[in-house]
Write a protein that binds this ligand. Structure first.
Ligand code: DSN
Length: 409
């Protein structure tokens, strides 16, 4: 490689990833096949437009690539419509809002600090500048409180209800949320639109290990790189073909230019992988490992959220008298990567937080077993209780030594 600086940084990052335990709930490792497609010559092709309707010549092959990605996305998730061009989940959300509420409007969502996302109405995101957001509250147990969502709808009269979260450890009842939207529509005579951002649980939905939002939501957005194990990118799905033209034009030309056909090829590969029986086994193991770690921490006296999916929240302030940032740094020093996270009703600011968000999608991809998950939870507990870090660092190394190399997945 000509560029020795970048080559060496890539090698260092590979070494960092290979030698540590990755527990950031939104991260994962793609397969070699996904990496190969993403690193392919398709990156050289301009293809503004959609298959069969491009603004450039020479698109006959990328048309087939994008066509395959679209048909596989529809098949994996049972959708009538798919747009595989969004460069990210934020771009997908931007386009979905635009298609559903072209003239602006009111959106009811979960606040970022309660487990939502920046694009779900945070004051620092485009979303709150272009739309009027209000938020529903979680119950005291940190779960969705469907009655208070009804109440928030009555009070705020939104045009769109938004569900799907970044730090929510429980199952989401999409059927119930749709029922609530329909009740409101019948009451006011104006349909209440329902959108789901399933970025975190897309892999669980693909594996039929979480209720699918597709039969219920008007539009579903996602990323492809979290539990789905694909390349970094976004996705829009719908069962409503009448929205197809609006959604397509909200992505291109309204908010994006040329699609990333190399990434779209990698998305197609990940959709095919997600249809294999082995993917379902993988997702089951992710859930088992997450539960094993969460229960171990609870048994050791820590305060956790509990879990029904691929992640849980650990209240490090209540459990260890550390803030999230201190806990994150401590674990990083022994080779375990997590991220600080707000806890429901947090007393600390977002720069510190009272909790950590912990997920097992990436570790499970490398071969983490339920026994490893118990060991990892024990290491976390000892480190946060102030145990000697050197032996814990050695323990992390010995766990990882039994796992697959990231380059061989
Ligand atoms: N969705 C965020 C996360 O969960 O880490 C990133 O945007």
């Amino acid at each position: 490689m000509l560029d020795k600086e970048i080559e060496s940084l890539i090698e260092k990052e590979l070494e960092r990833q290979n030698s540590g335990i990755e527990l950031i709930a939104s991260e994962n490792y793609p397969s070699k096949e996904v990496m190969k497609a993403q690193g392919s010559i398709l990156t050289a092709k301009y293809a503004e437009g959609y298959p069969g309707k491009r603004y450039y010549g020479g698109c006959e092959i990328v048309d087939q690539v994008e066509g395959l990605a679209i048909s596989r996305a529809k098949e994996v998730f049972g959708a009538e419509y798919a747009n595989v061009q969004p460069h990210s989940g934020s771009q997908a959300n931007f386009a979905a809002y635009r298609a559903l509420l072209p003239g602006g409007g009111r959106i009811l969502s979960l606040d970022l600090n309660d487990g939502g996302h920046l694009t779900h109405g945070s004051p620092v995101s485009f979303s709150s500048h272009l739309y009027s957001f209000s938020h529903y509250a979680l119950g005291n147990d940190g779960r969705l409180a469907y009655d208070s969502i009804r109440k928030a709808i009555d009070e705020n009269k939104p045009d769109l209800l938004l569900a799907g979260f970044s730090a929510y450890p429980f199952e989401i009842d999409f059927a119930k949320l749709k029922e609530i939207c329909d009740e409101q529509g019948a009451k006011t005579g104006k349909p209440l639109l329902f959108m789901v951002d399933m970025a975190h649980i897309a892999g669980l939905v693909a594996a039929r290990e979480h209720m699918s939002p597709l039969p219920y939501a008007d539009v579903v957005t996602s990323t492809t790189h979290k539990t789905l194990r694909g390349p970094r990118g976004g996705l829009i799905l719908s069962r409503r073909l009448d929205l197809a033209r609006k959604l397509d034009s909200a992505v291109f030309p309204y908010s994006q230019g040329g699609p990333l056909e190399h990434v779209i090829a990698a998305k197609a590969v990940c959709f095919l992988e997600a249809m294999q029986p082995s993917f379902r086994e993988y997702i089951k193991k992710v859930k088992e490992n997450t539960l094993a770690a969460c229960l171990t921490l609870k048994r050791l006296g820590a305060k956790t959220s509990g879990t029904e999916n691929h992640l849980f929240l650990l209240n490090v302030l209540a459990s260890y008298r550390l803030d999230g940032k201190e806990a994150q740094n401590l674990l990083e020093s022994i080779g375990i990567t997590t991220n600080k996270n707000m806890i429901h009703g947090d007393s600390l600011p977002p720069s510190r937080c009272s909790g950590l968000r912990i997920g097992f999608a990436a570790a499970t991809t490398r071969g983490c077993t339920a026994e490893n998950a118990v060991e990892i939870a024990t290491v976390i507990d000892r480190a946060l209780k102030g145990g000697g870090l050197a032996p814990l660092k050695e323990k992390v190394k010995s766990i990882v030594a039994g796992w697959k190399d990231i380059s061989d997945l």
